[in-house]
Design a protein around this ligand. Sequence first.
Ligand SMILES: NC(=O)c1ccc[n+]([C@@H]2O[C@H](COP(=O)([O-])OP(=O)(O)OC[C@H]3O[C@@H](n4cnc5c(N)ncnc54)[C@H](O)[C@@H]3O)[C@@H](O)[C@H]2O)c1
Length: 401
Amino acid sequence: MPKVGVWIIGVHGSVAAASIAGAKIIARGLVTPTGLITELPELLDVEFLPFDQMVFGGHDVGKRTVRESFTNLSNEAHIDYKFAEGISDELDTVEGDVRRGITLGCGKVISEVADMPLDLDSIPLVDATKKLVDDIIAFKKKHNLRSIVVVNLSSTEPPPLIGTHTETLDGFEKALQSDRKDLLCASMLYAYAAFKSGCPFINFTPSAGASIPALIELAKKQQVPYVGNDGKTGETLIKSVLALLFKYRAMKVLSWQGYNILGNMDGKVLDEPATKLSKKITKDSVLSQILGYGPHTHVGIDYVPSLGEWKIAWDFIHFEGFLGTRMNLQFTWNGCDSILAAPLVLDLVRLVELAHRRGEKGILPHLALFFKHQLGTDVSDLAGQWDLLLDYLKKAKEERI
Ligand SMILES: NC(=O)c1ccc[n+]([C@@H]2O[C@H](COP(=O)([O-])OP(=O)(O)OC[C@H]3O[C@@H](n4cnc5c(N)ncnc54)[C@H](O)[C@@H]3O)[C@@H](O)[C@H]2O)c1
């Protein structure tokens, strides 16, 4: 199979480093593929993109390299040092395909920590967007790639302003032409550039990305698929399973309080109130969708620098059973964030590449399993989402693609 590009927005980040290093370690057969859905025995006869055919590159605004991020993660997550040693040179070659990004509308923390020259922020939006498109097309030519999948793994942005610029493609392009930097944000420009370059777009973050109607219109027009928003890796993953327990036993959830504490730069960025709001929106929606009513909920997110890559969630669920008796369930989740996220990113790349090869366009509802705020389907529980994926793959196998 010819090589396929994986163009990562936020290529120097922790999830990006875990995904790139993970693909290279798996490709060398150094470790069993635990955590990867596309490697499950029931999916082995689907023709997914092999890991050794993925070529990585991307945009970032910070100078930290892929190798530095992976070394940091390896130390924190106690990953066997032999893995890092074996692939260090390959991680360094990714730097030859890293290009400067844009920080428009990304919030105060990103403006402060971005240490690459931010030339794209000071030129007209039309020129900046053209540069993003040119970077992707040049990457394709340089490596003679069959296609490219663009993945957004950059820091979370505050929610955007909604208006005609988000509602229609015409409105979006008018805002672009008239240089309305007050209306548009970086994740939208990256999604726009991906679609304009003929590439599918995966939004693993809670940022707007391509989820606005204007850009979904563009994805359809350009005949490319799109999936999002916000990878479902920890607390929300458990919620999407546990909520069914209450539903199927006809017990009433009265309150669901969740507290998350996390370190790393993602935690620092989410500590900014406007950015935190984006995350809360995607984390909060799942319960009422599954239960069919809205219990009292709270999602707390606090930055605790000493935790580094580790995220702890403590949830308290107050519920009512037979004869009005009130009981509670509590759980604690202690997850290594980037290690949970990376296999999902790699699965998504393979599944979206498959959909692109099959000529699918617009939102892909069968990939709801991977997201906190799934687009294109009302199915919110994990079991139902799993069935959507298996049904789709069964059909794909029958059609022999
Ligand atoms: N780790 C998880 O379990 C998980 C789950 C769901 C979603 N996410 C989301 O994934 C994203 C990445 O998480 P992470 O832990 O790797 O964060 P990180 O802070 O380690 O990495 C983010 C990277 O994005 C870069 N960046 C920031 N703004 C940018 C811009 N405008 N253009 C280009 N690059 C930019 C940063 O320089 C950094 O290299 C976050 O938005 C996070 O909320 C993570």
